[in-house]
Design a protein around this ligand. Structure first.
Ligand SMILES: Cc1ncc(C[n+]2csc(CCOP(=O)(O)OP(=O)(O)O)c2C)c(N)n1
Ligand SMILES: [Mg+2]
Length: 446
């Protein structure tokens, strides 16, 4: 059933460039009897700095405007289907037949995807400003550049499905249905924030979205647990468990893979490979940078993470795969973050400004989709401008509302709220017993 063959190979292109990261010389034993010249050259080699190979070429394209449609096939109605062909370099597979390279979309959907990405970027820009104005404190990780992943995923699943990710989560929360106001309010620590101002940037939740998690990799097994819950309840849903290239080396990721395969769980382990984990390039932290192959016994798919249509197609395929009871998949979205790791990282010490500029100017997911919308005459330049304006105005208005929200009252009530659902308290917690718990309402009424 499985074919270990990529689309590139099928269409006669050369085999994917596999990583040759470090030259792996076998260890040489220094012998007392070895000639002086030999030992000194080995000694010299031993003290050479480790040679890191230049950045490995990536095998899928990151061209955000590589899909094709015939202008003549685009219907005049907003919600009538038409066909789009993805680039042959949109996917790379591991033990898997690729998703179809042809997908159906509508003008309405393309405009919605465009709106979503523009609004998401605008929201992140607002967070950037508020942080610099010192109104947002603590950690804050922005996803500018990675919008196609969150938007593509949402367009490929339904609200019944689950998404869980790490700390770079604002865009996912928004796509799952959280308002900009509630997200920015959360960043500002406001009472009306999505987690009542108690979570901040890394900890936001909404229906079908399980965070926003600060511990690298820790969300991955939770994502497998969400899939277990779906399977246990006989629901045909999929759980998308996102993590980064840096997180992919965590032991618990592999434990989750194992359990998911053993129990055939409907989960997509989705690595957002943005080339860096903090300031460390992927090929300096990962012995194998082909993250889609890391499931070993789990089929994998590498995806052009800058093309929202490729992301959507991959996820819709994965959802069906899961619904048919085929078990887990390991995805790798090849993407790029424009900003630093977090607000405290300028993001220019471990990569060149040219690299960032090249990605921004040639592979940008918003500019790519915009070009396609114009090429296919889905919308005119002025229509797109009005979508831009709408997104800008709507986000800006919500940000303003969030800034006007009152901060929480400095009362114990707020501190003690939402810790345990009454009746679910653990019997012992570091020497405490349930009777010692403080219930504000009880105190007040007694
Ligand atoms: C268990 C743990 N170790 C280390 C950290 C510190 N840390 C925060 S983010 C990060 C890098 C993760 O990079 P990646 O998974 O590629 O995600 P990205 O930031 O690129 O989205 C590290 C090491 C942490 N939060 N948790
Ligand atoms: Mg990363």
């Amino acid at each position: 059933m499985f074919r270990i063959k990529s689309r590139r190979q099928e269409i006669g292109l050369s085999a994917p460039f596999t990583s040759t990261l470090f030259s792996s010389q076998p260890p040489v034993m220094l012998s007392r009897f070895a000639p002086r010249s030999f030992t000194s050259s080995v000694r010299r080699a031993a003290f050479q700095p480790i040679r890191v190979a230049p950045q490995v070429l990536r095998t899928v394209t990151t061209d955000a405007a590589s899909a094709h449609a015939e202008k003549a096939d685009v219907p005049s109605e907003d919600d009538a289907d038409f066909e789009v062909k993805l680039s042959d370099e949109s996917f790379e597979t591991y033990m898997l037949d690729p998703p179809s390279f042809t997908l159906k979309t509508t003008k309405k959907e393309l405009k919605q995807m465009y709106y979503d990405m523009v609004a998401m970027r605008r929201m992140e820009m607002a967070a950037d400003r508020l942080y610099k104005e010192k109104k947002i404190r603590g950690f804050c990780h922005l996803s500018t550049g990675q919008e196609a992943v969150a938007v593509g995923i949402e367009h490929g699943i339904t609200k019944e499905d689950s998404v869980i990710t790490a700390y770079r989560c604002h865009g996912f929360a928004m796509m799952r249905g959280a308002s900009v106001k509630s997200i920015i309010g959360e960043l500002l620590g406001r009472r009306e924030g999505i987690a009542y101002g108690k979570g901040g940037s890394m900890h936001m939740f909404t229906k079908g979205f399980y965070g926003g998690n600060g511990i690298v990799g820790a969300q991955v097994p939770v994502g497998a647990g969400l899939a277990f819950a779906d399977q246990y309840q006989g629901k045909k849903n999929v759980s998308i468990s996102l993590y980064g290239d840096g997180a992919s080396n965590q032991g618990q990721v592999f434990e989750a893979y194992n359990m998911a395969k053993l129990w055939n769980l409907p989960v997509i382990f989705a690595c957002e490979n943005n080339k860096y984990g903090m300031g460390t390039a992927a090929n300096r932290s990962s012995a194998l940078t082909e993250y889609y192959k890391r499931g070993q016994y789990i089929p994998g798919l590498k995806i052009n993470g800058m093309d929202v249509l490729a992301c959507k197609q991959a996820v819709a395929f994965g959802k069906q795969w899961a619904a048919e009871g085929n078990g887990p998949l390991v995805y790798e979205f090849v993407t790029y973050r424009y900003g630093g790791h977090s607000m405290s990282d300028p993001g220019t010490t471990y990569r060149t400004r040219e690299e960032i500029q090249r990605m921004r100017s040639t592979q940008d997911p918003i500019a790519g989709l915009k070009q396609k919308i114009l090429d296919w005459e889905v919308a005119s330049e002025s229509e797109l401008k009005s979508i831009d304006k709408q997104a800008r105005e709507s986000v800006d208005a919500e940000v303003k509302e969030a800034e006007a929200m009152p901060p929480p009252d400095a009362t114990p009530k707020i501190l003690y709220e939402d810790i345990y659902v009454r009746g679910s308290e653990p019997e012992f917690l570091r020497g405490r017993i349930p009777e010692e718990n403080f219930y504000y309402e009880q105190e007040k009424s007694s």
